[in-house]
Design a protein around this ligand. Structure first.
Ligand SMILES: *[C@@H]1O[C@H](CO)[C@@H](O)[C@H](O)[C@H]1NC(C)=O
Length: 196
């Protein structure tokens, strides 16, 4: 037989459980009301907001990585090049990796920007040599330092401020990656549209 004290404790627990359920119900009611009102006024359930906070993948990412970003080796990072539909799509600029999955169609195999996905392509972002596969890497040797700073700053700003992209970590190059010859000089690159 249970003693009085234990009964009382169970009652208390029951009460707490009920109040948690009450609060959750209240919150979901408010969220629903919010969505209905928003839809009434803006024809969107989020008051016209279309940023990453409505992406469950982003909410999951920030709640699971509150204080630290993962690092990727070059080989690990290469998996996120859009060829595997089960994996997100990442690009990296100057070592900082961004989730660009929302525009997966742009980066899929066969798409225009496929070669940017799954690796750090700082070099081609600086010199614009999109027609040269050997320029899609992070090797900045031989490039003008002023151009490097200007272009990388511009691209970082672009990815950081994009409403649907977010930082997912850092790409770390393999040890000794700069031991060989630098990629061949390319001076007939394009000025990228829209980003300076
Ligand atoms: C790129 O990375 C290097 C070294 O990690 C850093 O010194 C430089 O300031 C970065 N450039 C930009 C534009 O953030």
């Amino acid at each position: 037989m249970k003693d009085k004290k234990q009964n009382k404790q169970e009652d208390e627990e029951e009460k707490i459980r009920f109040s948690v359920i009450d609060i959750l119900q209240l919150l979901s009611g408010l969220l629903l009301l919010n969505a209905v009102l928003s839809y009434f006024f803006t024809s969107s359930t989020t008051w016209g907001y279309d940023g990453k906070w409505i992406d469950p993948r982003y909410v999951y990412f920030v709640t699971t990585h509150p204080f630290n970003y993962p690092t990727f080796t070059v080989d690990e990072f290469a998996k996120y090049d859009g060829t595997d539909p089960r994996l997100p799509v990442y690009v990296a600029v100057n070592g900082t990796a961004f989730d660009v999955t929302v525009n997966r169609g742009m980066y899929d195999a066969g798409s225009r920007y496929h070669f940017f996905a799954g690796h750090d392509c700082s070099r081609v972002l600086v010199n614009g040599c999109l027609h040269r596969p050997d320029q899609f890497n992070a090797d900045l040797r031989g490039l003008d330092q002023k151009l490097i700073d200007r272009k990388l700053k511009g691209w970082l700003k672009y990815y950081e401020h994009h409403p649907r992209y977010w930082v997912v970590g850092t790409v770390v190059q393999n040890e000794g990656w700069l031991d060989g010859e630098p990629p061949a000089v390319c001076d007939d690159g394009l000025e990228f549209p829209g980003v300076h």
